[in-house]
Structures are given as C-alpha cells and as structure tokens.
Design a binder for this molecule. Structure first.
Ligand SMILES: [Zn+2]
Length: 383
C-alpha cells in the first residue's frame, strides 16, 4: 500500500503537471472508482468538467486538488492506485478508471487502479477546523474517528505479488518529477471564495525544543495553512506538515496504553505512517514494536518522532518504496527506497547495525520486522 512518501511523490507530480490547468472532459471508466461520490459516475464527470485545479495538497495518504470554485477533488490510492500524466494519445491501459483531459490539449491525467480499492470524489472543505482555541465547530464537522477509510483495505496480502501494470508503452519519460525542496514552488494557499468565515488549519505549530523541527520538509513546498476536505477532517496531521504538533502528539501517545507500532498506525493520532515506515522508524529508534506507549520516556518519544520524520524524508528523497512497479510517480517511474530498508521484508537477513538476523512477528494480520538485539522485547508488551 502506498504510504506517505509515495503519495507525496505523486502530489509533487500533480503540482508540477496538473495545477493551473482546466478540465475539459472527465470520463469515468469504472464506477467503483467514484463509489464515494454522491453524484455517481455521470454526476462526478459533469461536476469536475470545467474546473480549474489551483493547488495539490496532501494529508497522510490522502491527496487532493483544490478547484477554483472552492471544492476539492479528493483521491485515495488504495492498494494499487496511480495517477499518471502523459500524452493524451497514448494507449489506454485496461486498468484506467478515470481519465481527465484539459482545455490546453496537453498531457492528460489518468487514475489507474488494478485492484480498485482506491477512489476519487469531489467534496467541499470542512467547515470549521478542529482548533481548540476557536469557537465551537459546526455540527458534523468532525466525523467519528472510527470511520477511517483505510479500514476498507483487505487484510494484508503481503505475500500476493501484484503483477506489473505500470509499464504502459506510450508513457513518455520526461525528467523525474521529484523536485528538490529548494526548487519546488511553494503552492499558494488558496482560500476559496466560499471559505469566508471558515477556520483554516494553524500555521507553523509550536515544536518543543527536544524534538528537531521538520525543517527538511516544511521549508518551501509545503503550504503553511491548509483547509481540509470534509471527509478527512478527522485525520491527524502527518509528521511532515507544519500543523503537526509534536508536543501534543507525545502527550496523546503516552496516554494511549497500546503498543508503539499500533499507535504509529493510528490515523487519528498521526497520519501517513504505514507498516513499512513504522518498522523502519522503530528500528532506527531501537524500540520494540510492542513496547507499551505508557512506559515510554520523554527521550524515547523524541527518538521515535525523529526517526519517523527522518525515515519519511529519506524515503521521499528516493521517490518512495516500490516492491513492484505499482507505486510510481505521475510519470510512471518507481522509487528506490526499497534498497535502503533495514528491517522491513528482511526476515533472516543481517541487521545493518549489528548483524543479528532480522525477526518477523505476526502483527495485526500482517508482520512486524525488527532486530532481536537492537530492539529487545519488553517485559510488558502490548500487541
Ligand atoms: Zn541489530
């Protein structure tokens, strides 16, 4: 499943190739791709047509394109979703679910999804963001945390190799869309006209001294204020966005009474961290995945957060992790962070730090990979 670095890689491609362009046609080729849109395939296509995309945003594993009339085209890539940009006349893969063409006649945008767990929908922004210091939010602004759409994914078929679908022959090979942070144009924060009176997310969140600020990612290229699409208003900030409050996270973490890995996967606590990067971050922080959060010392929480931040940035710098060619940027290119993984998927292979064979434990219908020497099992353990 694509995690934050893979999704951010796609967002940067959309920012570069799609933002500033107006939709001429939208064609839904498979109704499941718009199953969450109340308009259905025809209504979705009609509603998107004519919209101008004004920015590309992300929270956790969700992506959205803001439109000139103040709505959001929200996308979740599910298990195998791709957003690909290329010449409009290239062959149409059988896995293309939605195709967008633009009034400038340039490259089109295709939502391709072999396993059809991904989806797109046109949604309003949430009225009233959840800021404690603000007036009471409107009723209905905060969906129940249990409704996280990630749960729609089936349990874990890690063993199932997904056949390649990425190599569409006609896809041009333009330069990589991974734009170095120093080059990325900061997307302007678009406050739609209809947003008058709405509360935007806070700007740069206070970060306690103990936790290094995520400066690598939040310098240019990251909006300082983001309105959230209504369906994802309950999802916690991810560690690469300015709204992420490390101190608040630390406080909520130790009150959770759960295992640290389970907490890292909880999208209402911290978003964008999935199985791969949770294992990698815990290895870097030298903490066992079942360590009870209530026993974490302050320095350990800082270590975990720093490790999560660093592993996400490292993976982003490599264009993400691709075990097969399903996770690609908008030009169909795979990332190469899989070469840098220390523990994930490496059962029996030597720990890069101490040489001890990596162990694999069953975890939530999936796996947890760790080093028995660097990450000893705690006496008390949560699963
Ligand atoms: Zn080790």
């Amino acid at each position: 499943m694509p995690e934050l670095p893979e999704v951010e890689t796609v967002r940067r491609g959309l920012e570069r190739h799609v933002v500033g362009r107006r939709v001429e046609t939208a064609e839904v080729l498979h109704p499941r791709a718009v199953r969450r849109d109340p308009g259905g395939p025809a209504g979705f296509a009609a509603a998107v047509t004519g919209r101008l995309f004004t920015s590309a945003e992300r929270r956790g594993k969700y992506l959205w394109l803001t439109t000139d009339d103040g709505e959001a085209l929200l996308a979740h890539l599910g298990m195998s979703g791709q957003l690909l940009v290329g010449p409009p006349d290239r062959p149409l893969s059988p896995h293309v679910r939605i195709r967008f063409t633009f009034t400038d006649g340039g490259p089109d945008l295709r939502f391709t999804d072999q396993r059809t767990f991904g989806h797109m929908t046109l949604v309003p922004f949430a009225p009233g963001a959840p800021l404690a210091s603000e007036a009471a939010p409107s009723p209905g602004a905060l969906p129940a945390p249990g409704a996280t759409p990630a749960s729609e994914a089936p349990p874990a078929s890690e063993a199932t190799p997904a056949p390649s679908v990425a190599a569409s022959p006609g896809v041009a090979a333009p330069p990589s869309v991974v734009v170095p942070p120093s080059v990325a144009a900061p997307p302007s924060v678009v406050v739609p006209p209809s947003a008058a009176g709405l509360v935007t997310m806070t700007g740069v969140a206070p970060v306690p001294d103990a936790v290094p600020p995520p400066d690598v990612m939040t310098a240019p290229g990251t909006p300082v204020s983001v309105l959230l699409p209504a369906p994802i208003a309950h999802i916690a900030p991810d560690p690469l966005e300015p709204a992420f409050d490390a101190k608040a996270f630390a406080g909520r973490l130790v009150r959770r009474h759960t295992g640290i890995k389970r907490a890292l996967l909880d999208q209402s606590l911290i978003s964008g961290v999935g199985n791969i990067y949770a294992d990698e971050a815990l290895w870097r922080a030298k903490l066992h995945w079942a360590r009870p959060t209530e026993t974490l010392r302050r320095g350990e929480v800082t270590r975990v957060l720093t490790a999560v931040h660093d592993v996400l940035c490292d993976a982003l710098g490599a264009g993400g992790t691709s075990f097969d060619s399903l996770y690609v940027n908008v030009n169909g290119e795979s990332g190469f962070f899989d070469r840098s993984l220390a523990v994930y998927g490496r059962e029996g292979q030597p720990c890069p730090r101490c040489g001890t064979p990596i162990r694999r434990d069953p975890f939530m219908n999936r796996s947890a990979y760790s080093c028995p020497h660097c990450q000893p099992r705690p006496r008390r353990a949560h699963r």
